[in-house]
Design a binder for this molecule. Structure first.
Ligand SMILES: Nc1ccn([C@@H]2O[C@H](COP(=O)(O)OP(=O)(O)OP(=O)(O)O)[C@@H](O)[C@H]2O)c(=O)n1
Ligand SMILES: O=C(CO)[C@H](O)[C@H](O)COP(=O)(O)O
Length: 423
């Protein structure tokens, strides 16, 4: 007997930042089509190929369980109304505590099955109107995504959902990395496939709910046990030909340990190299390759934040006074995967202002840093001193400040948040 779905987390209360995540979007986006969309995340595997006592979806990456990154990636997409995660009975409490700890929203947990297909079917049942225990609305389109593919972006999700809405089924594909060969029974090369004509099937995939649910209801025991491809079930049982959508290289899946761990670390360091010089009144020579600059002043309705976000910026350097900073820092806390880095840079002219005159402001920064750290936002302070009559000294101090900023953006040091560093 299936365990009924358990609802974890309240409906997400998004801060009122007009426009963001609610943009009309392109004509074919799920928001524009007003399609009801839910997602099923199979997370009931034991990670045999990776080995080790902990299933790979619960292994920590930069201190946080892998599955939390994947849930977060879906949760960030406002038009995905429900996220159904299938986990084994033994890991149900672990998953509940992850949902609580990382404040995941719109998540429902169901019991996983013995195979990936059974776990997915269990998730679909929670969304099907004909099941006695189902409490969730049945979506028009359902996304299926592996819990161990943490870097799925909204763009690819929107494209597979839109294609599934039009064609009944859709899935992300990638070019083949290795050439595929068919060996003969006695261990000789039988056939070598033309790599240019084949593709690797990845995730996410999306389906009209009726199509995939019907396919799973009719699925043979053999397919349920040995099948690895949901698109194939839609084709075999519902004659629905999936539309294939080009995916990004980020859609890789954790299979084995070392190489994937390296990739995760690589990804993390790429994220950490993005920076946004916010209200940057002085040109700071940051030695980052991808610095995105904006000279807008922060306005209370958050439109500037929206621009910054759409520019894919991950770190923020604010120079001198920002009003509404508190609101902004909290707002970012609801979106992020890796810690965001905020810098408050203070320029202090020692000849006109005393250090003690700025103490109140600095103390406030420390309190704020403590609060927002809980939301995975790291706030640091930097004091750059100068005197009007020595521009060269100022240049030198700015350069020094920039290298402090650069190294802490890379290092993401949690211990130094709220500290005022002096250049
Ligand atoms: N009975 C199962 C088996 C797998 N999965 C999930 O399906 C996704 C893809 O499966 P795979 O990478 O094969 O995961 P594992 O089965 O854990 O790994 P392995 O095949 O190495 O044992 C994973 O998120 C996994 O947790 C599941 O929900 N239920
Ligand atoms: O991507 C998939 C289907 O398209 C699934 O992740 C499938 O389970 C693949 O398994 P494997 O890790 O053995 O390639």
């Amino acid at each position: 007997m299936e365990q009924g779905p358990t609802r974890d987390g309240e409906r997400e209360l998004r801060p009122a930042v007009p426009g963001l995540g609610r943009e009309p979007g392109p004509a074919s986006s799920p928001t524009a089509m007003a399609v009801a969309v839910a997602a099923v995340l199979p997370a009931g595997g034991c990670g045999e190929r990776m080995g080790g006592p902990t299933p790979k979806q619960f292994c920590p990456a930069l201190g946080r369980p892998l599955i939390s990154y994947t849930v977060q990636a879906l949760q960030r997409v406002s038009w995905i109304k429900d996220i159904v995660v299938a986990v084994t009975k033994e890991n149900m409490d672990t998953m509940k505590s992850i949902v609580r700890r990382y404040q995941h929203q719109r998540v429902t947990l169901v019991e996983a099955g013995a195979t990936r297909h059974q776990s997915i079917f269990s998730g679909l049942k929670a969304l099907a109107g004909d099941q006695p225990h189902s409490q969730l609305p049945t979506p028009k389109v359902v996304i299926i995504h592996d819990a161990v593919r943490p870097f799925v972006e909204e763009d690819v999700l929107a494209r597979v959902v839109s294609a599934a809405n039009d064609h009944g089924a859709a899935g992300a594909i990638r070019p083949l990395v290795s050439t595929v060969i068919a060996p003969s029974a006695d261990g000789y090369l039988d056939q070598s496939l033309d790599r240019a004509k084949h593709r690797a099937s990845e995730m996410p995939q999306a389906f009209l709910f009726d199509v995939i649910y019907r396919a799973y209801c009719q699925c043979s025991d053999y397919d349920m046990e040995f099948g690895t491809e949901c698109l194939h079930l839609a084709l075999k049982y519902c004659h629905t030909k999936a539309k294939l959508v080009e995916g990004s290289p980020d859609l890789w899946k954790v299979r084995r340990k070392p190489a994937q761990a390296m990739h995760l670390i690589g990804k993390a360091s790429i994220l950490s190299l993005y920076a946004c010089a916010w209200m940057c009144v002085l040109k700071i020579p940051l030695s980052l390759e991808q610095v995105k600059g904006t000279s807008v002043t922060l306005c209370p309705n958050g439109q500037d934040l929206q621009k910054i976000c759409q520019g894919d910026c991950y770190n923020f350097i604010c120079i001198n006074v920002i009003k509404h900073k508190k609101q902004c820092l909290f707002w970012f806390g609801s979106l992020i995967i890796l810690p965001y880095i905020f810098w408050q840079v203070h320029f202090l002219d020692f000849q006109t202002v005393s250090f003690s005159g700025r103490m109140k402001e600095l103390r406030e920064m420390k309190d704020l840093a403590k609060e927002v750290k809980k939301q995975n936002v790291f706030l640091y302070g930097l004091l750059i001193s100068f005197t009007q009559d020595n521009p060269q000294q100022l240049q030198e101090n700015v350069r020094q400040g920039a290298s402090i900023i650069t190294s802490l953006i890379k290092e993401r040091n949690a211990e130094l948040t709220g500290q005022l560093l002096v250049a």
